[in-house]
Design a protein around this ligand. Structure first.
Ligand code: FAD
Length: 406
């Protein structure tokens, strides 16, 4: 009758997949499982840039947690976590407290702003459904406002994205799709609108194969995206962005800066006293942080080293899902009294970035490069496969990306 209390924090990729796997592996008599999430819904973080640009409605991206977990086996608590106390095995919530025997932390990421002046106050970030919806509405408001002012303000039509990494590139691709529609809708000449992507590194998509980088930049430039590469953002105010390039200081008038150049793990994890390395917690090979055998960390809060490159694996949904499946298996072992936990090794099946306009590029099966429609189709297959794992064919039909020609 001594059923352990398993508490899972966050219903993102890591948290909800842990819950979904555990409900299949354990019976209600084996453990009390509680899943805590800020919202009543789970959302696909990897689609948020589409919601932010306005090319996909956010209701396509989210689904009620109760519709994908078995509430006979998992107790779902819709609450915001406000603190974790690993010494006393307690989690504080906005309205209450939970005790645990085993904890799985999947609280995701937050923006890392690297202390850039004014960024936190004046730039937007793509974090969740609410922040994505705000960006979409802010851009639409500025297009609507433009023709309603006597002195037309160029800053309303200059859309600046900080960072040409994976997220920044995917977002400008969606903006390049959306801007012509907005121009038609709000009677704005297309040539008056600028989409500017600012990147501090000497290349867009650092870490990607140069051929793929060139393909992506050509595709986006052809649709009107301007790149400022090797350009360091110095300051963001309510109506301009300042950057330094080739030792020159430049300014862009804009009231839309979207920061997509850095994430760190949820601050709650660091505040709980777990070790932190650039905002993520190093975990042992079974995904438990040093010194805590009753805590597992999955997803963007965890830092897993790639022994081959001696660098951390980048935070991705792909790894978060694999970590969750792995943790569910290890948790089953613990509950069944087996203390041999399996080590985790990511199985990177590929990386595909969308460029909007039915275009994409990436690498699959180790080193096969794919471009254009086949890459777009592959990206949709990856997304649909996740939905299939989470909620079966029904969920794919309801929320999947089934139109391979659009
Ligand atoms: P999340 O999926 O972000 O989930 C965290 C959950 O915790 C959320 O449900 C949130 O509401 C909840 N939460 C947060 N704080 C609290 C709190 N205090 N109390 C209660 N609940 C809380 N990765 C890929 O592999 N492929 C891609 O194509 C890709 N594209 C991306 C595109 C964009 C625009 C972005 C932003 C990221 C992309 N990523 C991609 C990265 C990927 O989305 C993340 O690595 C992944 O979401 C991490 O999963 P997670 O479970 O750690 O966090």
């Amino acid at each position: 009758l001594n059923r352990p209390n398993i508490v899972i924090l966050g219903a993102g990729y890591g948290g909800i997949m842990t819950a979904s796997k555990l409900q299949k592996k354990l019976s209600a008599d084996d453990a009390n499982i509680t899943l805590v999430n800020k919202h009543s819904y789970h959302y696909q973080t990897t689609w948020l840039h589409e919601n932010a640009a306005g090319t996909l409605h956010h209701d396509r991206t989210r689904m009620e947690v109760n519709s994908v977990i078995d509430t006979n086996k998992i107790n779902f608590v819709q609450e915001a976590v406000t603190g974790i106390d690993p010494e006393n095995k307690k989690v504080s919530l906005e309205n209450g407290e939970l005790s645990y025997d085993y904890l799985v932390i999947g609280l995701g990421f937050e923006a890392a702003t690297f202390g850039i002046q004014g960024l936190l106050e004046n730039a937007f970030t793509i974090n969740d459904i609410n922040s994505a919806r705000l960006i979409r509405q802010h851009i639409e408001y500025n297009f609507a406002k433009y023709n309603n002012e006597k002195d037309k303000k160029q800053e309303r039509l200059n859309l600046v994205v900080g960072g040409a990494g994976f997220t920044g590139i995917e977002f400008v691709g969606e903006l390049a799709n959306r801007v012509p529609e907005l121009c038609k809708e709000y009677d704005v000449p297309r040539e008056n609108v600028r989409i500017i992507n600012v990147e501090a590194a000497p290349t867009a998509l650092p870490g990607f194969d140069p051929e793929l980088v060139e393909y992506a930049m050509n595709s986006l430039e052809a649709r009107g995206v301007e790149f400022k590469i090797g350009a360091m953002i110095k300051e963001v105010t309510a109506d301009k962005l300042v950057y330094e390039q080739d030792e020159e200081i430049e300014e862009v008038p804009t009231n839309t800066v979207v920061w997509a150049a850095g994430v760190r793990g949820n601050k709650l994890v660091e505040d709980a006293g777990f070790e932190s390395n650039r905002g993520r917690t190093p975990v042992r090979e079974d995904l438990r942080p040093n010194g805590y055998d009753d805590v597992f960390i999955v997803g963007d809060c965890a830092l897993v080293m790639n022994e081959e490159t001696e660098r951390p694996y980048p935070p991705t949904a792909q790894i978060a899902i694999q970590e969750a499946e792995h943790t569910a298996e290890n948790m089953k072992r613990i509950v069944q009294g087996n203390d041999h936990l399996e080590p985790f090794t990511p199985n990177i099946q590929g990386t595909v970035a969308s460029l909007g306009n039915n275009d994409a590029m990436g690498v699959i099966f180790d080193d096969k490069k794919i471009y254009g429609w086949s890459a777009t189709a592959m990206k949709k297959i990856i997304d649909n496969r996740y939905l299939l794992k989470l909620g079966g064919v029904g969920l794919v039909l309801k929320k999947g990306k089934l139109n391979f020609f659009k």
